[in-house]
Design a protein around this ligand. Structure first.
Ligand code: SAJ
Length: 423
């Protein structure tokens, strides 16, 4: 395989755009293919359509160097040496994978590629997908996989907010349909990856990616079950977790109002989808995590009951809509699930999230005349609120902590928190 010089990145979302930028700033000629024309326009002006530290300066550098251009015209990606596919793989409503975006991207690449092209799927996919897509390319092109083209699954592990650091320093796995495919991809990515790199088969790589997020989802569910027990035993689960984690080989996760984002709620289902049978733990963990917004609703309603406030008379202020702290992403956010769960049973719901336009203008505005405040996202801004002055604005002072933001409940409030069984 002669040296790779020209790369097409398919899909310029929160993984594709940073990846295109890294390759461009590593000296490759990169063309980003994106169907959203407004995104193409912005990128060609050196402006990012996603919020991520350092992205504006790195994107401007890539565009001004002439190494990165975006297009929505598939003719512009013809005959490239490498194609990096970074499209979404969401779930359908019935929790089965929607691979239509991936298949459409593969068909676009099949039309554009040349003999010898390397194709990399970065998207998180069900096991066995990469080999299936290689067969589709063989059918569409008459090329022989592993001989006339190379194909690899190379999942990303980046955490939003740290993408550019983690793209360089995280370890990386290259799963090839043939060992040579993995070799070629590893060499290409080492143009910017400084972390350890590993080669394996495409199916092992697909399973590894899904195992990583399933491991996290199951451990969060375990922490949530510990929280349920803490309520029965009258203890603070966070004190217990902190002490348990002093064990050198124990790292219990954090109980919360729920698990959001577009990875953890989805990936366990992708892992199980092609399996002929599963064994229950992974699905049960998903059910436990998905039940947390309702558990938080129960805490709120038990507090209203203690103060003899009929829910239908109550105004509830919800602080945070994003799926996790200091993010503007609301995909599968448990905060939204919580609002959905209470909105028809209470008089009014007011929301405030500093990262989400269209919510109240301030915490004060949201809590004014409210009967209860529910902390639904662990934004840093919520960790230093003056509850005494906020309490003066409220009709009744109930505080429900869904994110372990409040360590010592403020005086004058009826406080309940997930795992705070001592109250
Ligand atoms: N959460 C908890 N308790 C915890 C940790 C997280 O309730 O102890 C919640 C968060 O609030 C959030 C959700 O779970 O709602 C997911 O949080 P996350 O920190 O896992 O964030 P993601 O989904 O953005 O990132 C994960 C990461 N995977 C792992 O840490 C194994 C990231 O490295 C992956 O790249 C990313 O999924 C992905 O794209 O797959």
């Amino acid at each position: 395989m002669k040296g790779i010089k020209e790369i097409a990145v398919i899909g310029l979302g929160y993984i594709g755009l940073p990846t295109a930028i890294m390759f461009a700033n590593a000296g490759f000629k990169v063309i980003g293919y994106e169907i959203r024309e407004e995104v193409v326009e912005k990128i060609n002006l050196g402006k990012a359509h996603i919020v991520e530290p350092k992205i504006d300066e790195l994107l401007r550098k890539a565009v001004e160097s002439g190494n990165l251009r975006a297009t929505s015209n598939p003719d512009d990606i013809a005959g490239k040496d490498a194609y990096i596919i970074c499209v979404q793989t969401p779930l359908n409503d019935d929790k089965t994978p929607n691979l239509s975006y991936l298949e459409s991207a593969v068909r676009t690449v099949a039309k554009a590629m040349k003999k010898g092209s390397l194709i990399v799927i970065e998207s998180t996919v069900p096991p066995l997908t990469t080999v299936k897509m290689a067969k589709l390319i063989e059918e569409l092109t008459g090329f022989k996989a592993g001989k006339d083209f190379y194909m690899v699954h190379a999942p990303e592990r980046v955490m939003p907010g740290r993408i550019f650091k983690e793209l360089v320093y995280n370890s990386r796995i290259f799963g090839g349909i043939t060992p040579e495919s993995a070799e070629i991809a590893e060499k290409l990515y080492r143009s910017f990856v400084r972390g350890q790199t590993f080669k394996t088969s495409s199916t092992v790589s697909e399973v590894v990616k899904l195992m990583e997020n399933t491991f996290r989802d199951v451990n969060i569910a375990l922490a949530n079950e510990f929280a349920f027990l803490a309520h029965q035993y009258g203890i603070n689960v966070f004190e217990a977790i902190e002490l348990a984690n002093t064990h050198p080989r124990v790292r219990i996760h954090i109980p919360s109002i729920g698990v959001g984002g577009h990875c953890l709620p989805k990936d366990p289902h992708l892992l199980l989808w092609p399996a002929k049978e599963d064994f229950g733990l992974i699905k049960l963990a998903r059910e436990i995590n998905d039940s947390m917004p309702l558990f938080t609703k129960d805490l709120l309603f038990s507090a209203l009951k203690e103060l003899n406030i009929p829910p239908e008379d109550a105004t509830i202020a919800v602080l945070g809509l994003a799926y996790k702290g200091d993010s503007d992403d609301t995909r599968n956010s448990p905060a939204l699930a919580f609002v959905e769960a209470i909105k028809d049973d209470v008089k009014a719901v007011k929301t405030y999230d500093p990262f989400i336009p269209g919510t109240s203008g301030s915490v004060e505005e949201a809590v004014e005349n409210a009967d209860a405040v529910v902390i639904a996202t662990d934004h840093t801004a919520f960790k230093s609120l003056n509850w005494e002055s906020l309490g003066k604005l409220m009709r009744t002072r109930i505080l429900i902590d869904g994110r372990h933001v409040v360590e010592n409940p403020p005086r004058g409030f009826l406080f309940k928190g997930i795992g705070r069984g001592e109250f």
